[in-house]
Design a protein around this ligand. Structure first.
Ligand SMILES: [Zn+2]
Ligand SMILES: [Zn+2]
Length: 262
């Protein structure tokens, strides 16, 4: 693995784990970072070297205004999207708006696949940073009292995986936007591997999979929530999570993901 795995390297990762923030600072001084895309060492702290970062934000990202504001699928320059695009118009999604950094392909796809393993959790700040940069305008439009909420994993899945990649991404977004991260919903049903299911099966599998911790939740009443996940595919999972949030009182749910599966 070594350089191809990327990141601060095996030894410095061990230091980071053992010593927390202090160890991370020490590791930065001693070990160079390997770019998660090209594997080259670079002096800047972070997951990507400057050229790869620029490429991810260029060709790898959606241009501003090139996606449907409701479902985040790409749309043509003259498409009417006030009530959604031709793919989502008239279809209840559960959430009100969606933004993605870029399409689920190429390097972005590889990075999302890597982020499913706990050993690659260090990629999350880099990816949430790219998302915050690519979708800066949409994120800046959030009300100042909005909450950042990760799509939760079922406890059994979280135990197996060791971490929730959506939560790692949400933490990065919360810190760059200066908004609080909260966990007002739980995943109460283990749903198996949605990626192996057809669209209708996915919607059936995640129905009632999420439950708010309090219904109604007075703190959620009237609030805008930024619901964070790594990938948006059919919208079944995020839609079900959004419905649980709204059922507890949230007024508006905006989905933010790293990658949109087309
Ligand atoms: Zn690179
Ligand atoms: Zn749409």
């Amino acid at each position: 693995m070594g350089a191809m795995l990327g990141g601060p390297g095996v030894i410095s990762r061990a230091i980071v784990r053992g010593m927390g923030a202090c160890g991370r600072a020490a590791a930065d001084l001693v070990f160079p970072w390997h770019c998660a895309v090209c594997g080259r060492d670079h002096a800047l702290r972070g997951a990507f070297c400057p050229p790869c970062r620029a490429r991810l934000l260029g060709d790898g990202a959606f241009a501003e205004g090139s996606t449907c504001p409701r479902c985040a699928l790409p749309v043509g320059p003259h498409a009417r999207v006030d009530k959604g695009c031709s793919q989502c118009r008239g279809r209840p999604l559960g959430f009100d708006a969606a933004m993605a950094m870029g399409p689920y392909q190429g390097h972005l796809r590889e990075l999302c696949l890597k982020l499913k393993h706990e050993a690659n959790a260090w990629l999350a700040p880099g990816l949430s940073g790219l998302l915050a940069t690519a979708r800066a305008a949409g994120l800046a439009a959030l009300p100042r009292d909005a909450w950042i909420v990760p799509v939760p994993l079922h406890w059994s899945r979280r135990l197996g995986r060791g971490f929730n990649q959506a939560e790692e991404l949400a933490r990065g977004l919360a810190s760059s936007l200066g908004l609080p991260l909260l966990r007002p919903i739980r995943r109460v049903r283990a749903t198996g591997h949605l990626s192996r299911m057809k669209k209708a099966e996915r919607h059936e599998a995640v129905r009632d999979a999420f439950r708010a911790r309090r219904v109604p939740d007075p703190r959620l009443k009237g609030r805008t929530v930024l619901l964070v996940d790594d990938i948006l595919t059919t919208g079944a999972t995020t839609g079900a999570a959004a419905r649980a949030l709204k059922g507890a009182g949230a007024r508006r749910v905006v989905v933010a993901v790293v990658a949109r599966d087309l």
